[in-house]
Design a protein around this ligand. Structure first.
Ligand code: FAD
Length: 452
């Protein structure tokens, strides 16, 4: 990249361009997971879709790797790179709600906390992430589980359209009626096919109050709590989405929590969740009516930015006694109190969508996240080893699938295939049509299929 080429790019690109000489560079290159420490050649912060086109053309002309950054939450650090260009959407965050049509158009740098605030101002919402500073972009493109999925499906099931900049610089729209093959692929195929500049979502009447919060049980009762939870969820209505988590409580004791959201009528919800509140002898019961926006912030403090992270994920079909015993035994030896082991069901409306209706194929079971978070780099090995051992011990019990958005950076092609499941070949053909040179490869990558 010559000085002249960079100067020409700066002249064409309305948004900020940050290079290593810039005082803001070290802050600008940081991503959510502090294990990731990459040094891009430049960070472009587009203000318009035309800026994104300029950035793609500049990257291609100068043989730069292209990383695309929404909320920077990729645990694998896929929204940054060494020596290439990061197209960082942090200055494109506008959210426009059409309350009458119950739709929202959000630019690709928006976070769920902003999206929820804007949509709840109209009593509306759609299924989104459970931690507020997660980006809408990466989460949507990978699938998107969340508290509303039982009623309204995954985030991808609520995507109506996307505006996309392709690898050749063309700008197109993808929806059920415009480029439907691309639209299908965007709903679970990650950032493989192009750069989405804005997303259009279907919204629904939600809140302002829901039944939300969590109940925390002492760790010695974890196996009973998980077994009860598994049974309870079998017959729970779509309005209820509840997750079970092995964690360390604020008092420093290990614990088993059930966090939930009942998003239908509040008085009905109180009756529905009553058995969950009555079960056992919880040390804390924080379940009750609360604003949907508060529910959406419930887990924010449990997952703060800038910590060291190592994660592995898997799907299990149900919480059998073996799965429960294995998980509880594993959590008993967790090295960091910030780490957790999460079971989040894919249920209700999210589970009634055919696996090939969108590119996201995992329409049932429990997303199982083994999450190490810690602060001291000298503990890296112990925390990484705990995740790997826990994951290995669960292997005989798994359903055979993994959430693409929680693949680590050390996972190979086999795991990528498991993430896309039976949709991989179709995705690979669509990749060949839209990005034949694999310009967008910093993701759970789908190689373009060879021409038939
Ligand atoms: C604390 C935390 C909580 C989470 N909670 C949930 C949850 O509740 N539900 C859930 O489903 N997932 C959850 N996840 C996983 C989450 O879906 C992924 O981390 C996702 O990648 C986050 O999106 P992002 O925009 O923040 O990520 P980024 O790191 O910015 O991007 C992730 C990937 O998407 C690509 N990408 C980003 N923007 C674009 C774009 N505009 N166009 C094309 N490609 C793009 C990137 O290139 C990269 O490959 C969570 C993750 C974390 C760290």
């Amino acid at each position: 990249m010559s000085v002249e080429a960079l100067a020409r790019f700066r002249a064409m690109h309305k948004g900020d361009v940050i290079t290593p000489e810039d005082g803001r560079y070290d802050q600008a290159r940081r991503v959510w997971n502090a294990m990731i420490d990459k040094r891009p050649a430049l960070i472009a912060r587009p203000r318009t879709p035309s800026d994104v086109v300029e950035a793609v053309r500049f990257a291609r002309a100068n043989n730069l790797a292209v990383a695309v950054r929404g909320g920077a939450h990729s645990i694998a650090g896929r929204s940054t790179c060494d020596d290439g260009i990061v197209i960082d959407f942090c200055d494109m965050t506008a959210i426009r709600v059409d309350a009458r049509a119950k739709t929202a158009v959000a630019e690709a740098g928006a976070r769920w906390q902003d999206f929820d605030r804007e949509t709840q101002a109209h009593g509306l919402a759609t299924t989104g992430g459970t931690v507020g500073d997660t980006g809408i972009a990466g989460l949507t493109l990978g699938g998107g589980f969340g508290w509303l999925e039982g009623r309204f499906g995954m985030t991808v099931d609520n995507l109506l359209a996307a505006d996309v900049v392709l690898a050749n610089g063309d700008r197109i729209r993808a929806s059920a009626s415009e480029n439907p093959d691309l639209f299908w692929a965007l709903r679970g195929g990650g950032g493989n096919f192009g750069i989405v500049t804005s997303f259009t979502y279907q919204l629904h009447d939600v809140g302002p109050l829901v039944i939300g919060g969590l109940v925390i049980h002492p760790f010695p009762r974890a196996a009973e709590v998980l077994a009860f939870y598994n049974e309870f969820m079998r017959t729970a209505p779509d309005e209820l989405v509840a997750a079970a988590v092995l964690m360390t409580a604020p008092d420093g004791n290990k614990a088993c929590a059930i966090a939930l959201c009942y998003s239908g009528d509040v008085s009905t919800g109180e009756k529905i969740v009553a058995p969950l509140k009555a079960f056992g002898a919880p040390v804390v019961d924080l379940i009750g009516p609360m604003p949907y926006t508060a529910q959406q912030g419930l887990l924010d403090q449990a997952m703060p930015p800038n910590l060291l992270n190592y994660w592995k994920a898997e799907f299990v079909r149900e919480l059998t006694p073996d799965v429960i015993a294995t998980a509880v035994e594993a959590y008993a030896s967790v090295p960091s109190p910030i780490s957790s082991l999460l079971f989040f069901p894919i249920r209700g409306a999210a589970s009634r969508v055919a696996p090939d209706a969108t590119a996201f194929p995992h329409r049932g079971g429990f997303h199982t996240g083994i999450y190490s978070l810690w602060t001291d780099p000298s503990h890296n090995n112990a925390n990484i080893a705990w995740v790997r051992q826990t994951w290995s011990s669960l292997q005989p019990l798994i359903a055979g699938g993994v959430y693409v958005n929680e693949l680590g950076d050390d996972e190979g092609v086999d795991r990528v295939l498991l993430a896309y499941g039976g949709n991989f070949e179709r995705l690979s053909r669509i990749k060949a049509a839209y990005d034949p040179d694999n310009i967008f490869c910093l993701n759970a990558n789908i190689a373009p299929s060879a021409p038939a």
